[in-house]
Design a protein around this ligand. Structure first.
Ligand SMILES: C[C@](O)(C(=O)O)[C@H](CC(=O)O)C(=O)O
Ligand SMILES: [Mg+2]
Length: 301
C-alpha cells in the first residue's frame, strides 16, 4: 500500500550487491510508476528510467530539453512505487560540473539508486542516431569527478556513459572508459556498441561493471541476456521497450475503434480490471479501511 517501504539506502546497497554478484541484471525501462510495479511483479532485478521515455512521454524529442527538476520529479515518482533499485538517465548531468554535482544530490533526494552521465555535447542526441558529438576528455572526466564527489551516500551508483564509439571508434571508447573509471565512475555504459566483441573489448579495458543498452531500432543488434552475460556484461537495459509496446498497443486499439466502431475485439489484449487493481494493491487499501471503520461499540450491534 502507498509507497515502497524499502529505503533508498537499502535499494542502493541492493544495486551494489547485484552488480558485485557477477550475474547479469535486467533492468526494463518503466514509463510510469505503475509500469515499475509490473516490472517488479515479474521478478526483474531493477528498473531503468530512460531520458528518451521521459522526454517522449511529454511529447518532446530526446535532445536535452527536459530539466533536472522534471527528471528528478518523475524518477522520484517511479522510484517510490517500487522496492527495486532504479537507475535513472541523467543525460549530460544538466549543465557544467557544478550543476552535475547538484543533479546528483537531487537524484539522491528523489530516492534513486544511481544514474548515468554521458559525455555528449549539449544539445545531446539519442546515442543511436547520427550527428552526435562528444566533449573532450577533460570535460568528460570533470563531470564524473564532480558527480562522485557530490554524493552523500557512497552506494549511490555513478555510471559514466561514453558515446565516443560512434564518433572516434572502439579504441577511443576503451581509452575513455578507463579514464572515466579513474575519474570515479563506478560503472561504464558504452553506448552504441556494434557487436558482442565490442562489449568484450570494453569488458577487458575496465574492471568495473558494464551496461548494455538493448534499445530497438538502434545500432546494436538485440542480443539475448545469455549472449551479453557471455561477454561479461553486468547489466542490460531495455529502455524504451515498454513505452514502444504500450504505444503500439494503444495505436492498434485506436485503429480498431475507428475501423469497427468499438474496442470489443481488443479487450482480450488489455490488462483486466482485476490485474490493474492488483498492481495498485487495491485489496490492501480495502483492508486498511475496514480496520479503521469496521468496529462495534460494546452493547450495540
Ligand atoms: C538509453 C537512452 O539514453 C534513453 O534515454 O533511454 C536512449 C535510448 C533510445 O533513444 O533508444 C539512447 O540514447 O540510447
Ligand atoms: Mg537517454
Amino acid at each position: 500500500m502507498l509507497y515502497s517501504k524499502t529505503t533508498p539506502e537499502q535499494k542502493r546497497l541492493a544495486l551494489c550487491d547485484m552488480l558485485a554478484s557477477g550475474n547479469i541484471q535486467q533492468f526494463p525501462g518503466a514509463f510510469s510508476p505503475l509500469s515499475a510495479r509490473l516490472i517488479e511483479e515479474k521478478g526483474f532485478a531493477g528498473v531503468y528510467i530512460s531520458g528518451a521515455v521521459l522526454a517522449n512521454d511529454l511529447g518532446l524529442p530526446d535532445i536535452g530539453l527536459t530539466t533536472l527538476t522534471e527528471v528528478a520529479a518523475r524518477a522520484g515518482q517511479i522510484a517510490r512505487m517500487t522496492d527495486l533499485p532504479c537507475l535513472v538517465d541523467a543525460d549530460t548531468g544538466f549543465g557544467e560540473p557544478m550543476n552535475v554535482a547538484r543533479s546528483i544530490q537531487e537524484l539522491e533526494n528523489a530516492g534513486l539508486a544511481g544514474c548515468h552521465i554521458e559525455d555528449q555535447f549539449n544539445p545531446k542526441r539519442c546515442g543511436h542516431l547520427d550527428g552526435k558529438n562528444v566533449v573532450d576528455l577533460d570535460t568528460a572526466t570533470k563531470r564524473i569527478r564532480a558527480a562522485a564527489d557530490a554524493r552523500r551516500d557512497p552506494n549511490f551508483l555513478i555510471m559514466a556513459r561514453t558515446d565516443i564509439r560512434a564518433v572516434d571508434g572502439l579504441q577511443a571508447a576503451k581509452d575513455r572508459a578507463k579514464a572515466l573509471v579513474d575519474a570515479g565512475a563506478d560503472a561504464i555504459f558504452p553506448e552504441a556498441m556494434k557487436d558482442l566483441s565490442e562489449f568484450l573489448a570494453i569488458r577487458d579495458a575496465v574492471d568495473v561493471p558494464i551496461l548494455a543498452n538493448m534499445t530497438e531500432f538502434g545500432q546494436s543488434a538485440l542480443f539475448s541476456v545469455d549472449e551479453l552475460a557471455g561477454v561479461g556484461v553486468n547489466m542490460v537495459i531495455y529502455p524504451v521497450t515498454l513505452l514502444r509496446s504500450a504505444m503500439g498497443a494503444a495505436e492498434q486499439t485506436l485503429d480498431a475503434i475507428i475501423k469497427t466502431g468499438s474496442q470489443e475485439a481488443q479487450v482480450e489484449n488489455m490488462l483486466t480490471r482485476a490485474r490493474l487493481y492488483d498492481l495498485v494493491d487495491y485489496e490492501a487499501y480495502n483492508r486498511f479501511d475496514t480496520g479503521v471503520f469496521n468496529f462495534q461499540i460494546p452493547g450495540t450491534h
